[in-house]
Design a protein. Structure first.
Length: 270
């Protein structure tokens, strides 16, 4: 009897794939053994699409990305995100958080722009509160802002929200602080790069029950991946890389991640 697929892609953007290719992408993921994919919103439109895409093997997260927040928060964004989050297909608030690294795609600078950082922080706090109200876990985005994000999470502990930091890129100090607050750390294609030695060290050290896998597809290609477009099917390669780093059999790591994912889905309220 064929065993149940247990691979997890806790963070992807299925709405970014051309409509005519989505079924093939999902079929390829299924053949690779992927059981669940969470497709995450970045703005109101992609959050609506995440809800529409949810179905067999696909779950949805809804939220406003920090880049979008810095461009100006949509009128009534919190109400609409809340309405979307109350739909049965939504399992998390995300992708939300802070990003203080200058955006090479738009040319917007964040690291020395207090006003833009404040817009991000406002959106983050409001959506953190919404996650607490609805008892949903968070899917967090963070680049160049781990001290600020950790500080806000500590200040907002009354909401009793946990979740996952997607595409974790911090150091061990940040990892330990987030793990201590009950957050999972997700690793994606970056873990497959030989030069990512600091990330490798963190991935080796964190407890196995604090780890999740992702692709961030169609973004974040893996090391030596043909082409630039990533796909959820590649999460098996992420799992293999993590297992090798930790000296585990791939099946053992996949089984642990599957168990962690089940716990993640229940982690919105303590």
């Amino acid at each position: 009897m064929r065993s149940e697929p247990r691979l997890i892609d806790v963070h992807a953007h299925l709405d970014r794939f051309p409509l005519e290719e989505r079924l093939a992408v999902l079929e390829q993921a299924k053949r690779a053994g992927v059981r669940w994919i969470i497709t995450a919103g970045m703005d109101l439109q992609s959050s609506r699409e995440a809800i529409e895409l949810a179905g067999e093997g696909v779950l949805a997260a809804v939220g406003i990305h920090p880049w979008v927040a810095a461009e100006g928060l949509p009128e009534g964004f919190q109400e609409e995100v809340g309405q979307l989050a109350r739909k049965g297909a939504a399992v998390a608030i995300g992708e939300v958080g802070l990003d203080f690294v200058d955006n090479v795609f738009t040319g917007v600078t964040y690291h020395d722009n207090v006003a833009l950082r404040r817009l991000q922080e406002r959106a983050f706090r409001e959506q953190l509160g919404l996650a607490g109200e609805l008892r949903l876990p968070l899917i967090l985005h963070c680049r160049g802002a781990y001290p600020a994000m950790i500080s806000i999470l500590r200040e907002e502990r009354a909401h009793q929200v946990r979740g996952v930091v997607h595409n974790f890129s911090g150091d061990w100090e940040a990892a330990r602080a987030l793990l201590d607050m009950g957050f999972y750390l997700a690793f994606g294609g970056a873990i497959t790069y030989p030069a990512a030695t600091t990330l490798h060290e963190v991935a080796r050290e964190i407890p196995l029950d604090g780890l999740l896998t992702e692709t961030d597809a169609p973004y974040m290609p893996l090391y030596l991946q043909p082409g630039e477009r990533n796909e959820p099917a590649n999460v098996v390669k992420v799992a293999r890389a993590l297992a090798e780093l930790r000296g585990l059999e791939t099946a053992e790591l996949i089984g642990a991640v599957y168990k962690n994912f089940q716990s993640f889905l229940q982690s919105g309220g303590i």
